[in-house]
Ligand binder design. Structure first.
Ligand SMILES: Cc1cc2nc3c(=O)[nH]c(=O)nc-3n(C[C@H](O)[C@H](O)[C@H](O)COP(=O)(O)OP(=O)(O)OC[C@H]3O[C@@H](n4cnc5c(N)ncnc54)[C@H](O)[C@@H]3O)c2cc1C
Length: 439
């Protein structure tokens, strides 16, 4: 007898904006004063990846660290994005936490249990699911409070300066980081710059300006939309569709895949485990590209399925499956078969692209191939600049499809923090590069 997974839409409805008790000196915003001129390590970006690296370095005893972020608070871009979408729960389960591997620390699950009284009955059941080793759903609210706690207890916030880094210039014994007016000379630099939204292909509309009534998934939705068109097949698109339906709009959902794909995680779960990473490690560059294509496909959490199917059955949702878009204009999405879908607003959710360090590092240092940087697989240092490392989506071709996920940051952080700490404490040169199989 097979077991049927029963999706529960109410899991998506965790409350947002609760008060979480934090030790008094904690939290706060990034600094605006002059940062130090030198540091053992500079971390660019304080999203979940930068936070994980900073916490791990703190445990390694590397405390002379400067962090830069364009935003004002740890993981600000991540929470702004999920809040813009109205996303109330994470896709990744409790064990995919940004804490430091191998150290006694308060992990995400511990934090949720410590705040038991603040959790709803549904959220408590998910904690128990995680304790029993099952897939669990984590409230965004719990994750945000936890990130603030990690940032505070590992002294991240007080070492974060709000500034946009515009150049990272590797030298023989140090790396110069230029951020606005500031210049910091660091022994090591870790780039944790995340992903940018994928833009619409050239030719979807004339000129550089997005047409009136067309927006991307990470921009605020206008009110009073009667007929919404959503383009894209992933979780962000599903949130836009669900929000449109909840707001009373009729929704057209357009994607080129032949059908929507419902999955717990966006990446096959084996890639979160050593055996999946080994499978990735042991193949050629071309086969890795194939695995990335095959296992990084757009999908939607199971919990959306009943609501979306119901809306399609009653005609409030029209799903245009297998339809490639050729053009977008005000109130219109044109399709490859020559037809068009009409509405009064268009929302584009075309995914994200890793920021691999180009525009910051000299082009020859990035060594881009098929859109990926040339990284040492063991330390995740740039092969041509061994004092500069990448953690996050940019490490995809070294770590596999889970690199952009919170759990991938944990794996990457363990390698990078160990390499940086070794370099800082010993002053020793870093390990030589290991070539990718087949390169
Ligand atoms: C809507 C959404 C939901 C997601 N949900 C999940 C989930 O549930 N589970 C999961 O595992 N993954 C999820 N992901 C994937 C997610 O992108 C990553 O888990 C996580 O946000 C990536 O963290 P990061 O630190 O690499 O990037 P980001 O969170 O994007 O952080 C990068 C930071 O770098 C800063 N920065 C970039 N360039 C510069 C510069 N030049 N100067 C200064 N600062 C700079 C940015 O301001 C930003 O704060 C989700 C992604 C999205 C978009």
């Amino acid at each position: 007898m097979s077991t049927v997974f029963v999706p529960e839409p109410h899991l998506l409805d965790s409350p947002r904006g609760r008060d979480w008790p934090l030790p008094t000196a904690l939290g706060g915003a990034a600094r605006l004063d002059e940062p130090p001129r030198t540091a053992d390590a500079v971390i660019v970006g304080t999203g979940p990846a930068g936070l994980a690296v900073a916490a791990a370095l703190w445990h390694h005893g590397v405390r002379d660290v400067v962090l830069f972020d364009r935003g004002t608070r740890p993981c600000g871009r991540f929470f702004d994005r999920v809040d813009t979408l109205g996303q109330r729960v994470l896709r990744s389960p409790y064990e995919h936490h940004p804490g430091a591997e191998g150290y006694r620390d308060c992990e995400l699950l511990d934090f949720a249990r410590l705040n038991w009284a603040r959790l709803t009955p549904v959220e408590r059941r998910e904690v128990r699911m995680s304790q029993a080793g099952h897939r669990s759903v984590v409230p965004v609210d719990v994750f945000e409070a936890y990130c603030r706690q990690v940032a505070s207890t590992h002294r991240v916030t007080e070492r974060t300066w709000q500034a946009t880094v515009h150049a990272v210039l590797p030298g023989k014994n140090s790396v110069t980081v230029c951020a606005g007016e500031h210049e910091v000379s660091a022994r090591f630099v870790v780039l944790c710059t995340g992903e940018e939204r994928r833009k619409a292909p050239d030719g979807w509309w004339p000129g550089p300006e997005t047409p009136e009534g067309v927006r991307y998934w990470d921009e605020r939705a206008p009110g009073g939309v009667d007929e919404l068109i959503v383009v894209g097949a992933g979780l962000s698109a599903a949130h836009l569709v669900a929000n449109g339906l909840a707001g009373g709009a009729k929704v057209h959902w357009v994607f080129r895949e032949t059908g929507e794909r419902y999955q717990c995680a966006d990446v096959n779960s084996s890639f979160f485990r050593p055996e999946g990473r080994t499978r990735f490690d042991s193949v050629s560059w071309e086969d890795r590209l194939g695995l990335m294509r095959a296992f990084r496909r757009a999908s939607v959490m199971f919990e959306f399925r009943p609501g979306l199917e119901r809306a399609e059955a009653n005609g409030r949702l029209v799903v245009h499956r297998g339809q490639a878009v050729t053009g977008v204009g005000t109130g219109e999405v044109r399709l490859a078969d020559g037809s068009a879908v009409h509405g009064d607003h268009v929302a584009l959710a075309l995914g994200t692209v890793p920021w691999i360090g180009d525009q910051l590092l000299p082009e020859e240092v990035v060594g881009a191939r098929d859109g990926w940087p040339d990284l040492d697989e063991r330390s995740l240092a740039y092969c041509r600049a061994p004092r500069v490392f990448a953690v996050g989506a940019a490490a995809g071709m070294a770590l596999g499809p889970a690199a952009r996920n919170i759990d991938g940051h944990r794996v990457a952080t363990a390698r990078v923090a160990a390499a940086v700490a070794h370099g800082v404490q010993r002053g020793a040169p870093l390990a030589a590069s290991k070539a990718v199989a087949g390169v």
